[in-house]
Write a new protein. Structure first.
Length: 299
């Protein structure tokens, strides 16, 4: 069994959304699902004092109960396992678990209090998006779709900054492994300094999109389609709002150029997309890390 999907699970609606989407990804990729609850260490004790084993046993037992209940709600054909970890923070524990399992990505749900079908970043997602060594999938509130829903389309939001080639490779790999169609959206008009001639930008953007499309089609398996779609709009939010989105769709975006090598840093364009995006988003590091790519085992 190849490397799996790590889900940051909590016994909440957001945790359920993350688990369902993680199961859909695991089925599409033919990999294992790891549900992980990260519990806080006993912060009342000095590091020199041994942890209270009775306390840890109680909260570990409750966490196991929540995980067992979650596993029973997921499709039985998806290989899965559940894990309880202790960590300094939920995000730190998830990254450690992901690296332990050689995972392809970490999946987390939206923070509470947001609109149904929309993203809202909580503290865990925010920490992951500014430090994770692995791709991070964000699931909007209530936006995981039915666990039996196939991964129907992969949309990659491509610009021209460093890391775009890695993002394209990951999108092609994910679409090919899942048998999903690939849609490419050029962000070039929003990826340049203001004040440049918009006509020249549009022509350059069209040429860039066709070049990327040709590369994607050459890399995809036979029978998997790819297209470039151009959305009108004066801003990232406006452009994304004009696009159609399928229930089984996922969006891939690259990490900011400010990110450290092999780590995430959520950029301004991706953050703007999150405001209006109704489907899960996967943020990938702009430099490839050792281990498994999204779409398959390394060569």
């Amino acid at each position: 069994m190849s490397a799996g999907i790590v889900v940051g699970y909590t016994a909440t609606d957001a945790g359920s959304d993350a688990a369902v989407f993680g199961a859909r990804l695991a089925r599409a990729l033919g990999t294992r699902l790891h549900l992980v609850i990260v519990l806080p260490r006993d912060g009342t004790r000095s590091a020199a004092v041994a942890p209270d084993r009775a306390y840890e046993d109680v909260i570990r037992g409750q966490a196991r109960t929540w995980l067992d209940e979650a596993l029973r709600t997921l499709p039985q054909d998806v290989p899965r396992s559940a894990h309880v970890r202790f960590g300094e923070s939920f995000a730190e524990g998830l990254v450690a678990a992901g690296e332990e399992f050689g995972a392809r990505m970490i999946v987390v749900g939206a923070a509470g209090g947001g609109l149904l079908g929309r993203h809202r970043l909580g503290s865990v997602a925010s920490e992951l998006l500014h430090s994770s060594t692995l791709p991070v999938a964000l699931v909007p509130a209530g936006g995981a779709a039915d666990p039996a829903t196939a991964l129907t389309r992969v949309t990659a939001a491509l610009g021209t900054r460093p890391g775009a080639d890695v993002l394209l490779d990951e999108a092609v790999g994910l679409a090919g492994a899942a048998g999903a169609s690939l849609r490419l959206i050029s962000l070039m008009p929003f990826d340049v300094p203001p004040g440049l001639d918009t006509g020249a930008i549009r022509i350059a953007g069209d040429e860039h999109g066709e070049d990327v499309l040709s590369a994607a089609r050459a890399a995809l398996p036979a029978g998997v389609s790819a297209e470039v779609e151009r959305a009108p709009g004066d801003s990232v939010e406006d452009a994304v709002a004009h696009l159609d989105w399928q229930p089984g769709e996922v969006v891939l975006v690259g990490s900011s150029r400010l990110a450290q090598p092999r780590r995430l840093f959520l950029g301004s364009t991706a953050a703007k997309m999150l405001h209006v995006l109704p489907v899960p988003m996967i943020v990938v590091p702009r430099t490839r890390a050792a281990g498994h790519p999204l779409g398959g085992d390394p060569a």
